[in-house]
Design a protein around this ligand. Sequence first.
Ligand SMILES: Nc1nc2c(c(=O)[nH]1)N[C@H]1C(S)=C(S)[C@@H](COP(=O)(O)O)O[C@H]1N2
Ligand SMILES: [Mo]
Length: 534
Amino acid sequence: MNGASRGTAAVAGIAAAVVGAGAGELVAALLAPSSSPFAVIGGALIDVAPAWAKDTAIAWFGTADKAALLVGIGIVLLAAAALAGLAEARRPRSGVIAFAVLGVGVGILALTRPDAGFSAWVPSVIAGVVAATALRLLMRVAPVRMQAGSTPAGRNPGVSADRDDDVPASVAAGTASEGPSRRRFLAWAGGTAAAGVLMAFAGGLARAGSTAVTAVREAIRLPRAASPAPAIPADAELGIPNLTPVITPNTAFYRIDTALVVPSVDPADWRLRIHGLVAQEVTLTWDELLALPLVERAVTLSCVSNTVGGDLVGNAVWLGYPIRELLKRAQPDPDADMVLSTSSDGFTAGTPLEVLTDDRDALLAIGMNGEPLPLEHGFPVRMVVPGLYGYVSATKWVTDLEVTRFDRATAYWTDRGWSAKGPIKLQSRIDVPRPRTPIPAGETMIAGVAWQPHSGVAGVEVQIDDGPWRAADLAAAISDDTWVQWRMLWDADAGDHTLRCRAIGSDGKPQTGDSAPPAPDGATGWHEVTVTVS
Ligand SMILES: Nc1nc2c(c(=O)[nH]1)N[C@H]1C(S)=C(S)[C@@H](COP(=O)(O)O)O[C@H]1N2
Ligand SMILES: [Mo]
């Protein structure tokens, strides 16, 4: 025991970890953005997490699941750092070594990540070295504990240079020393932690401001579509307050992916390789893609994790090139039935070959609502396939299409227990009134959206309490590939009421009322909203 109190040792460990983590974030921001220690640990955890843990995370935190994960990692690391401090006080160097080993370990882990560059190990190793050094230095300024009157002769506990081994254990058994040495230690520890926070902050700024790819994206002028999107019918938008707009703005579009740090892919380096069971391998560069006759289509995208009434669904106008045209060039073998798409960060999706070659507009997309794809929505190139959940079709940052077979290849989410095939199920949602909003008696508007991309929606019905199902008014649909707004006027009488909706599919059949959870192939059931009319 070197004589520091437990509290002091824990504080030293935490301050050392904070400055190490800050250094790691800063170096990562400057050198290897996807290799920050947090991103590496988080990314590895996301990949090894059992399916139930991920499903729970998405169900609890929705699109904030990543923030929740990072906070969780932070808490665990701080606890571990406190323990490293305690270890250091008990056995000098043990905490220091623990930090160094952790840094090297995470550095090695960094090299195994799918998007790792040569220097992926550097931020974590630097983080470990900085934390280890800081712990060693802080323990030197840590006040020793002593029994009353037993100050070792000739030494001031606050300023001794190195007393790792020379303070007798009995000295350590007393109360922590108060006064200047303690204050001095706290000042050092506080300063160390503050330096860490500042470095992390600077790293965040560097990342946000300097990512070269952001600048490249901003300079891009998208080509005009050879085949523009059909005009949006004037009566597609009902204009009801609080009703989801028919086109989802990019900033409001849900985001779901396994990427803790948004991949930065420079279009100049982007290549798409089409290979596997094909007669002709095809590679495509960004410039070649832009020179092709592009089409623009509105397509509604939904996440399979969307619960009944949930908001993991959005509708955008995508600009891209039909994947079927590229596959035509590659000439798939007759026995192929799947295309395994891979992203720059190692995510994979398995899409039925048939869906990518039929007459629907499955796109290799570069534009979203008139802009280049936002970075978090797959810049520079992603897939968008009308009618399929994102996990089997909508690969962002896509770089590779392997033509293969369902009995030969599996993809990211199918390896975690989700269905290999994922057609989007018929769904509808009540947006207005919001649950539990007080409503005055009399005429009130009920409104929402309904979707089954690629099949289309033939109608929507609404049920109040246990009354009859009544047809709602359907707005004009942009196309069968998009959702459609609906509304119904309701003469509300005082009391508590349950509102329910169900869509009618293109085959005339109503949406099933059987409740099923999202796993393994999409939720079913009727959306219900309870309101109080007064
Ligand atoms: N590279 C990559 N692409 C991905 C994913 C991913 O984790 N990584 N998630 C998929 C899932 S599950 C969905 S629902 C859609 C979501 O697309 P969005 O974030 O643009 O809404 O992206 C798909 N494409
Ligand atoms: Mo998803």
